[in-house]
Design a protein around this ligand. Structure first.
Ligand SMILES: *Cc1c(COP(=O)(O)O)cnc(C)c1O
Length: 391
């Protein structure tokens, strides 16, 4: 066990399956005991008051005690986090959802919430002395890794499907990353990363195969609570690819409960996927035992084209525990969702976010949620990177 630090209250890393502990002082990936994600555990030995937050900086780093960076000098930040939660009044009136909200992650650096996870992972990589990071990506994570590595003076290697729209490739090149294209989906990129790692010394920051991206993404959970005056919504709809955000938000709720910041009324968590690639929906339906051999197709929402999510067990646990569910949305429906939100609310979001509006309508239609519940759509990215393909 560690002594309390001025900054982080992190204590150890824990295997998400068998609870075996791993030290935070060294470079870790996933658990070697069960081959599952590692989760950071904190020990709040001194009281941390939520009222102190008001005076803090307007970024995700305002929650530094609950984050894993030990020395503030290692923080690599471009101002990520503290994105607005907007009421969708006009759209809510139109569709009979009087309590509809959008947390808009499109305002993050590099245009997606991937900034949160990669700001954290790159900060920790710097703290632990890493000099090259590698990532398999469907698009947004590659851009975010490239940007934060540029700022940290770390080399970035990005492996991306060749069919990804040009803008996602170009941004990586601007940030001076090495870009490698692969025919296939992110899972094929993952195999390429494994090959490259045999030849070159690089640190793999694949989703949940490194313990800290999730610590960045969990700050969305802290913000949802703080911005909602410490009351959580009834339902959160989350566009789920690898599931890091969903798992992170849920983790944040438990941490805040332990801190005494919120009560035990947690929202229903809804995993929204692309019909073209909906492994979680299929496992939840019982049409497959797990997603290990699921074959998905590409989607306009490239962030959702993740056929074999490494964190599947954790995602399913959360859906069950929260009385949530999972559903798939077609690419066409996503585009309509994006257009609806743009037309009535003045914000141009990613198709991953557009899917959420359609999903909420479907869940109301089949009485899974009530129209008067407080419904939060978590839009994960900016529509500007997808514009050409949504017209
Ligand atoms: C990566 C990504 C997702 C999926 O995120 P996970 O937390 O890994 O499920 C959703 N939307 C966008 C825009 C993304 O880039």
């Amino acid at each position: 066990m560690r002594v309390v630090q001025d900054i982080s209250h992190i204590s150890y890393l824990q295997c998400s399956k068998c609870n075996q502990s791993y030290e935070v002082e060294r470079i870790n990936t996933f658990s070697t005991c069960c081959h599952k994600p590692l989760l950071a555990k904190y020990e709040f030995l001194t009281e941390i008051s939520k009222h102190e937050l008001k005076e803090r900086e307007s970024s995700m780093w305002r929650y530094f005690e609950m984050l894993p960076v030990l020395n503030k000098e290692n923080i690599i930040s471009l101002g990520e986090g503290m994105t607005p939660i907007l009421p969708l009044q006009r759209l809510g009136d139109l569709y009979g959802m009087p309590n509809l909200w959008l947390k808009d992650e499109s305002l993050n650096p590099t245009g997606s919430f991937k900034a949160r996870g990669l700001s954290m992972a790159v900060s920790k990589a710097k703290e632990l002395g890493v000099d090259t990071c590698i990532i398999p990506t469907a698009g947004n994570a590659g851009g975010a890794l490239s940007a934060y590595c540029a700022r940290a003076g770390i080399k970035a290697v990005v492996v991306m499907p060749s069919h990804t729209p040009a803008v996602f490739k170009q941004e990586c090149k601007f940030y001076d990353a090495e870009l490698i294209l692969v025919d296939g989906l992110i899972s094929d990129c993952g195999r390429k990363v494994a090959e490259i790692k045999k030849e070159r010394d690089c640190f793999d920051v694949s989703t949940l195969k490194e313990p800290y991206r999730i610590e960045g993404k969990k700050t969305m959970g802290y913000e949802i609570a703080e911005q909602g005056n410490w009351e959580l919504p009834d339902v959160i709809l989350y566009p789920t690819g690898g599931g890091t955000g969903l798992i992170g938000i849920w983790k944040a709720f438990y941490e805040m409960q332990e801190l005494g910041w919120i009560d035990d009324k947690f929202p229903k968590m809804i995993a929204v996927q692309a019909e073209n690639c909906q492994p979680i929906v299929e496992t939840l339906n019982g049409s497959q035992e797990n997603a290990r051999n699921y074959k998905g197709k590409a989607s306009l929402a490239n962030g959702l084209a993740v056929p074999n999510p490494f964190g599947e067990d954790l995602i399913l646990e959360i859906l069950q525990e929260s009385n949530g569910t999972a559903l798939g949305i077609s690419d066409m429906e996503m585009i309509n969702g994006v257009k609806d939100i743009a037309k009535h609310e003045g914000t141009l979001i990613a198709p991953e976010g557009g899917a959420l509006l359609k999903a909420a309508q479907k869940l109301i239609d089949n009485h899974f949620i009530r129209p008067d519940e407080k419904i939060l759509l978590l839009n994960t990215g900016s529509g500007y990177k997808y514009l050409e393909n949504m017209i």
